[in-house]
Design a protein around this ligand. Structure first.
Ligand SMILES: [Zn+2]
Length: 269
């Protein structure tokens, strides 16, 4: 435990305990209000765990869709909440910098085309896969690389079982918590109360052994590949300076570093 431990918590919605269908994550649709409350509570549980480990500051990033899902008044009062999108490159990791000690992902989901995974996708539904130096990445991997640019390790990830498996395979030493699993498109859920209790305990435990975790990095320069589901995205992306068309649906760029890769994705993805 350090004297000054700032913790960054990025919260998505598809991997929140109970969430199973797209409409449950869409503003204005049936059940959305209920599931955004569950999202808020899981975020609060993570904040609680961070504070229990001695965090001096906790920032929660609302990282789903509009960026305005978490109910501000119901979030843990010690947390700062980042809402909406700045238009900048950091996106689901907005506001992160090198002053943070650790990052936590709550409510995350597996990458596109994963078998037995709930609401799987990679960034947008138009993307089939995102690769850096040949490594296929879920959003948790991409965002871990953003954290890695600032030397911040990802210490704890929660979501469905498929996501937890992907995060472990990619990041090596990271603590994970599966709050649900999938059978095809069906979900098998723990109770939200169980999820909250174990998120809180898990975040605390991870932060108490912060020294065991390493920032994620795939090296610089790096080869970034964006594979679209349709040909049109690749056609458009191939006009980005330095981009090359690999095949019908894939564009690639040799990025000087991951920030350069982010810029490519930002304007092409
Ligand atoms: Zn989302």
């Amino acid at each position: 435990m350090t004297d000054n431990m700032k913790v960054y918590i990025s919260v998505d919605m598809e991997g929140i305990c109970g969430v199973t269908k797209w409409h449950e994550t869409n503003r204005g649709e049936a059940d959305y209000e209920y599931f955004r409350a569950l999202m808020t509570r899981e975020a609060s549980a993570a904040v609680e765990g961070a504070l229990a480990a001695g965090a001096s500051e906790v920032v929660v990033r609302d990282a789903h869709d509009s960026g305005c899902n978490i109910l501000p008044d119901e979030l843990h009062p010690e947390a700062r909440l980042i809402r909406n999108w700045s238009g900048g490159l950091l996106s689901m990791m907005e506001g992160l910098d090198a002053t943070y000690s650790a990052a936590v992902f709550i409510g995350y989901h597996a990458k596109a085309n994963t078998r037995n995974a709930i609401l799987k996708h990679t960034m947008s539904l138009s993307i089939a896969d995102l690769r850096v130096n040949g490594v296929s990445l879920p959003e948790a991997g991409w965002n871990a690389l953003i954290a890695g640019m600032f030397q911040v390790p990802v210490v704890f990830v929660s979501g469905d079982e498929a996501l937890c498996q992907q995060a472990s395979t990619l990041l090596g030493h990271v603590d994970t918590l599966a709050v649900k699993a999938a059978i095809g498109a069906a979900s098998v859920n723990r109770s939200p109360a169980w999820a909250r209790e174990n998120i809180s305990l898990g975040v605390k435990k991870a932060l108490l052994s912060l020294g065991d975790f390493k920032p994620f990095d795939l090296g610089s320069p790096c080869e970034v590949e964006i594979e679209f589901r349709e040909e049109e995205g690749a056609e458009r992306g191939s006009w980005y300076p330095g981009a090359r068309r690999l095949n019908n649906t894939t564009v690639t760029l040799t990025a000087i570093n991951f920030m350069d890769a982010l810029r490519f994705y930002h304007f092409v993805g």
